[in-house]
Ligand binder design. Structure first.
Ligand code: F3S
Length: 394
């Protein structure tokens, strides 16, 4: 792989131990994937923040890097395992909280923004069309490649951090035009009436397309909420990093001739939706996977006005979107109902399975997928139904 003088200096340790280690990671990755060179990135999103996923070995790795490593580009963080200020109210164990705060402290010393959200594009990290970036949160990777037209692979925690501390990533995969071409056309033959329908469709298509690039036809429009749910679902049942939507996404153009085509119809939507639910009465309700937009908080506040919650109800969002919600008065209504904001975290990366909950109601196919992996049962329903579930008489 061809390296610039500055990159060679980093590799030889002239920039310090952390950037040497990071450059070694990037060069090894580049060689595995046949990259000819590294490319500068304009932003990084680091995943692997929850103590639940990182463990003590992860803390040690971060501490070592933080001795002399510093972020060279704007870098935001994925959700942590708890709300960083209201963790006690969430019922998080103090031992877990201590270790989680050590992780955050190491990231802070590395110069990362303690944003703790999976929707960085709603919290000040919004790349432009054609930007090379290195993002690690899979749902945000799909959103950035597809909706924003930025260019990123699905980075792991160490490779994203290495990109942050060097300002570079290997030039391969979704950074190159030839890998951004559709591999499967999906003719959508059913009206999609809600973000949850997009979520269920994404879950279905992700299983079929694997790590390919689906091209959706027949959808007139998809707003922010629909696109973020679709992105998250495609990335959880499959290894998708990018989709196109005819007439909607910036690089859709025309699907290449001869591409394999499938149809997604009424029955497929019903089967996918039904397959996302288990039996059981929910004892925990959570929305905001990926983290809620301000629009969603407005809807939730409207639905909760004059009601009281009867079950644990978490609303996951970034601290930035919560701040905007405070300004508009939505937060007061939401908290007045007894619902809890879960800023900095979510129902999947927080250790809720150790807190006595068994059945979770949620409006996200991605959350259903990972909560099941965590040993919980799930009920998939619309945002409105989630609020009804959280407020129904017990
Ligand atoms: Fe975000 Fe957690 Fe879902 S990180 S995409 S809310 S699983």
């Amino acid at each position: 792989m061809r390296l610039t003088t500055e990159e060679r200096d980093m590799l030889s340790g002239k920039g310090g131990r952390a950037s040497k280690k990071c450059m070694e990671i990037l060069v090894a990755l580049g060689e595995i994937y046949g990259a000819k060179r590294l490319v500068p990135v304009s932003s990084v999103q680091v995943s692997g923040v929850s103590y639940k996923n990182l463990g003590d070995a992860g803390i040690e790795f971060l501490r070592e890097l933080a001795e002399d490593g510093r972020a060279r580009v704007k870098t935001t963080l994925n959700p942590a395992g708890m709300d960083l200020t209201n963790w006690a109210l969430q019922g998080i164990d103090s031992g877990f909280a201590t270790r989680q705060l050590e992780i955050i402290d190491a990231y802070r010393r590395l110069g990362l923004e303690i944003s703790c959200t999976c929707t960085p594009y709603l919290a000040g990290n919004e790349p432009r069309l054609g930007d090379h970036i290195a993002w690690g949160e899979s749902s945000a990777v799909v959103y950035a490649n597809s909706v924003l037209g930025a260019r990123t692979n699905r980075e792991g925690g160490p490779s994203a951090l290495a990109a942050s501390l060097t300002g570079r990533t290997p030039l391969y995969g979704y950074h190159l035009d030839e890998n951004r071409v559709a591999t499967l056309i999906v003719d959508v033959a059913v009206p999609l009436g809600s973000p949850e329908d997009f979520s269920a469709m994404g879950y279905f298509v992700g299983k079929v397309v694997g790590n390919g690039v689906p091209y959706f036809r027949g959808i007139r429009e998809a707003g922010l909420e629909e696109s973020k749910e679709l992105s998250a679902a495609l990335a959880s049942s499959g290894g998708v990093a990018m989709f196109h939507m005819a007439g909607v996404t910036p690089e859709a153009g025309r699907a290449p001739k001869g591409t394999e085509t499938i149809s997604f119809g009424k029955r497929d939507l019903a089967v996918s939706t039904a397959g996302l639910s288990d039996e059981g009465d929910p004892d925990f309700v959570s929305v905001g996977c990926p983290h809620c937009s301000l629009e969603e908080l407005a809807t939730i506040a409207g639905l909760l006005r004059g009601r009281k919650v009867t079950r644990e109800f978490w609303i996951c969002c970034s601290r930035e979107v919560k701040r905007q919600s405070d300004e508009r008065g939505y937060s007061k209504v939401i908290e007045g109902s007894g619902a809890k904001f879960a800023c900095d975290t979510c129902m999947v990366v927080a250790p809720i399975e150790t807190m006595g909950f068994r059945v979770v109601a949620t409006n996200s196919a991605k959350a259903c997928h990972y909560l099941r992996n965590n040993g919980l049962r799930v009920r998939f329903m619309t945002l409105g139904r989630c609020v009804m579930e959280a407020t129904k008489p017990s």
